[in-house]
Design a protein around this ligand. Structure first.
Ligand code: LMR
Length: 279
């Protein structure tokens, strides 16, 4: 709570035009009272020698409480974005602990991976990230994620016709998958500014619309049109309009993509099994 006072000082010092008042609390029932937008940024990081299953369990305890508090206190239209890792499964736990809220209100962040993909393609093709469209990142925010350029264009041309397949498979995909680890190695700390910026991008698209543009969001997979397990928080291609995200349907999935999607799906299924007791 002491450190939080420092955060409040900084927020005040930003003189943000939209800040009306600030409440500091360590009680989630107070924090989420009538909340319209919840950005769940914190989670327990992985320590030395810690197994992924332990990480999932420790975070599970946090997100169970947050899900219940959202369920009991938040606006019925609350938009929840989970950033803290393992983001998909944390969001899944929160959603499962909020049975009175629409599962569509819960999402996990994949926009950082999406933005990383745009930037890598722009760099490779000598273009600009704003000129890359229809990028898709599927699955888990982890090293199994599948950044898929099958439908992407750069400067109006299919990316697949501009870059060679070897670069795509052996360079691009692993670079995007491992980018978080590369930043930790270089900075000695996890991504911060890029993650914060991606969180803002995610909420902005969701709240204000994506203008027909494709974005990747971790969403509840129930009813998805790609045959993916229907009880996961899985990154899918979506567009946003009128405060709602909508899956982009009807994309053709080739054998390579199917294999990649299935790998990240399997990982999320095993994460779900590891936290089964918390759902
Ligand atoms: C990132 O993608 O930069 C982070 O999720 C990495 C991490 O594990 O904190």
């Amino acid at each position: 709570m002491g450190a939080l006072e420092g955060v409040v000082m900084e927020l005040n010092d930003c003189a943000f035009p939209l800040v009306d008042s600030i409440i500091t609390t360590d009680d989630p029932n107070v924090a989420f009272k009538d909340t319209d937008y919840a950005l769940l940024v914190g989670s327990k990081p992985r320590g030395p020698g810690m197994e992924r299953a332990d990480l999932l369990k420790d975070n599970g305890a946090i997100f169970t409480i947050q899900g219940k508090a959202l369920n009991d206190n938040a606006s019925r239209d609350v938009k929840v974005l989970v950033v803290g890792n393992p983001a998909n499964t944390n969001a899944f736990i929160a959603m499962k602990n909020a049975p009175d809220l629409n599962p569509k209100n819960f999402t996990s962040m994949m926009r950082l991976d999406h933005n990383r993909s745009l930037s890598q393609i722009a760099d490779k093709t000598g273009s600009h990230s704003t000129r890359v469209k229809q990028m898709v990142v599927w699955g888990n925010h982890s090293a199994t994620q599948y950044p898929d350029i099958s439908f992407a264009t750069v400067d109006g041309k299919p990316v697949k016709e501009v870059v060679d397949n070897d670069w795509y498979v052996n360079d691009f995909i692993p670079t995007v998958q491992q980018r978080g680890a590369a930043i930790i190695k270089a900075r000695g700390a996890s991504s911060a500014a890029s993650a914060a910026s991606a969180a803002i991008d995610h909420m902005r698209s969701w709240a204000l619309g994506s203008d027909g543009g494709w974005v990747s969001m971790g969403v509840f997979s129930k009813g998805n049109s790609y045959g993916i397990d229907e009880d996961l928080m899985f990154a899918l291609p979506v567009t946003c309009e009128n405060g709602e995200w909508k899956e982009i349907t009807g994309l053709e999935i080739n054998d390579f993509s199917r294999e990649m999607i299935s790998k990240t799906e399997q990982e999320l299924i095993s994460e779900r099994e590891a936290v089964a007791g918390l759902l």
